[in-house]
Design a binder for this molecule. Sequence first.
Ligand code: FE2
Ligand code: FE2
Length: 300
Amino acid sequence: MARSVTEWVTVTGDISIIARESGEVWFHSPSSTKEGVDPFATPMTGAGAAGSTVGLLDGAINLGFAGIEKRLARPDPTLVNYTVALVGAYHTSVDTPRNLQRAARRFNELGRPEVAAYLEERAREETGHDRLALKDLRALGLPAERLVANFVPEGIKPLCKRFDDLCVQDYPIGCIGYSYCLERIAALKQKTDVEKVQAMCPDGVDATRFLRSHSGLGSEVTHVEETIEFVASLPANDRISVVQETYESALIMAEGYNHEFLKSEAEMLADLQQAVGEALPYRLSSYPSHGEKRGARPAA
Ligand SMILES: [Fe+2]
Ligand SMILES: [Fe+2]
C-alpha cells in the first residue's frame, strides 16, 4: 500500500506547517525540538498530494490571519463599506490578466510550459472581472470610472503592489500563492453574504455581480480546487515557495482588513466623495456602520 503523503513548509523562522494527506494539519515550532531530532528541519523533497497541499495552503492563510482572527466577526455591510470593497475589488482585478500573462511568458522562457499553461488559463478566467466591479458601482449610481481612477483604498495598495512585484520576479511562482490566498478567502463568502448586500441595495439594483462570482456561489470555488490540484503536482521547492507566499499575502491582506476596520463610516464616505469630487447619492450615507447613530432617513 502506498504511504500517505506528509508535506511541510517553514513559513516563519519559528513556525512550520505540517500537513498529512488524510487532512491533519498542525503548526510546529522547530526551536521546541531538540537539535538533530527535528524531522522537519530540512525542506521537504517528495511529491505532493491534494489532501496535504490544501492543508499547507489553508494553514498558511490561517496563520497569516491569526493576529486579527477575533476581529473578523464581520459587521453587517453598509453601502459605504461595500462601495469601498468594490473599488478594492476593481484594483485587485484590473491588472490580474496582464500580470499572470507576464509570469506565464517567463515560465515559458524557463522551460516550464505546464506552469505557463496554468497561468495563461487563469489569466483568461480572470479577464473582465474588473468590469464586474465597475458595473456594480455604476448600478449603485456612482461615477465608476472616476471613482476607481482617483481612489485606491489604503488597505488594498500593498496587496496590489505585492502581486505586481511577484509577477515580475525572475522566478514568479509566488503569484500562485497570492492568487490562492485571495480566491480562497473570496470563496468563503456564502449566499447569506450576497443576500445581505442585496437587501441594502435599492429595489431593482443589481450590484452584486463581482461578489457573486467571487464567492462560494461562483467560479471562485472551481478556481480554488484547480489551484490545489495544480500546486500539488508541482515539485517540492515550488510548493514550498507557493505556501510561503500564501502566508505572506495573508499577512498583507489581514493588515489591510485591520486598516479598514479602523476607519469609520464617515471617513470612508469622505474618501469616496473626495475621489469623485461631489456628494454621493443619499443612499450611501443612509446606512451608518456600527457605533454610529442611524439618522432619520430623509424622503428620497
Ligand atoms: Fe476574479
Ligand atoms: Fe478567480
